[in-house]
Design a protein. Structure first.
Length: 307
């Protein structure tokens, strides 16, 4: 049977053709919990996979309460009906600049993860249940039951890159932004990327290991809100800064129809970025099979040096 291919009507093709901006589309999560779960994933994978749905639902609830993003991961390759991994690999990460970390632990029962302090994880407190990871990870979304573009476009990238970097590249459930596939998140920095190919995904993995931000396809750092993501990237571009920990979002506030975000460089400089939202015309499906809608993009209206 021939392998399915994306069509002109698929959401990622339409988004790219219409030039939808990438900045400000990263998931928002200061911390991540990545649980190995082989086999098929449903559209709501934490409750529709080989994982105990009661455990998955509770992990989801606890993560949502405090801002910890819980995703399932699996090794790239054939996994049509693979049984549960024993033990399961789990990665825990915190993304704040200057305080980011990544740890791994093995668990035999996913229920054991309910003993974690999710609030502490969100605050950046190491749970001290595993071992530090020296190398970064790249999570490539391949959740085809959630959106076909993620599987059709993301899986070939994950397969090829995993062959080059065993253990550092994982398939992942939904991380947001189907229409930006192939989409990936780099840990521990939390920078998300979209419209990748094998070469640009390789650049992301290399840049993350070097402690810098890859210049192509960056959607923002999951540490910040969508407004903070855009403001940070605008300042980075203005000053030519790639060091992942050199630029921080220090404050956000609503201002009429827009937002003002304070962005600081570790050398003492600071900028106030005024941002607004702009509708993306014409309407398009934000996910395959969805009715057309009009998404909004965050854009910088002004950048003012304040320090």
């Amino acid at each position: 049977m021939p392998r399915p291919v994306v069509s002109d009507a698929d959401c990622a093709v339409l988004s790219a053709r219409l030039g939808e901006p990438l900045p400000g589309t990263a998931p928002t999560a200061p911390a991540w919990l990545c649980l190995e779960q082989p086999g098929p994933w449903g559209d709501k994978a934490l409750v529709r996979s080989h994982l105990d749905p009661a455990v998955g639902a509770e992990l989801q609830r606890r993560g949502d309460e405090v801002g910890v993003r819980v995703v399932l991961i699996r090794r790239p390759g054939h996994h049509a009906d693979t049984g549960p991994a024993e033990p399961r690999r789990v990665y825990l990460a915190h993304t704040r600049p200057g305080a980011s970390w990544l740890e791994q632990v093995a668990v035999r029962d996913a229920k054991d993860l309910l003993d974690l302090d999710f609030g502490g994880l969100a605050r950046g407190e190491r749970p001290e249940v595993g071992e530090p990871c020296a190398d970064p990870l790249l999570l490539v979304c391949t959740n085809g039951r959630r959106d076909r573009c993620c599987a059709l476009l993301g899986r070939p990238v994950a397969d090829e890159l995993a062959a080059r970097h065993p253990g550092r590249v994982w398939e992942s459930t939904h991380t947001g932004g189907h229409r930006l596939a192939p989409a990936a998140v780099a840990l521990p920095t939390g920078y998300a990327y979209g419209r990748l190919d094998v070469a640009t995904a390789e650049d992301v993995l290399r840049a993350t290991a070097e402690g810098v931000v890859a210049p192509v396809g960056c959607r923002g750092r999951s540490t910040w809100s969508r407004f903070g993501q855009v403001a940070e990237l605008v300042v980075r571009e203005r000053v030519g800064e790639r060091d992942a920990d050199a630029v921080l979002v220090e404050g956000e506030r609503a201002d009429g129809d827009g937002w003002r975000v304070l962005v600081a460089h570790r050398d003492g400089r600071a900028w106030e970025v005024l941002l607004g939202e702009r509708p993306q015309e014409p309407p398009r499906p934000v996910s395959c099979g969805k009715a057309p809608s009009t998404p909004s993009a965050v854009e910088a209206l002004s950048v003012t040096r304040v320090g």
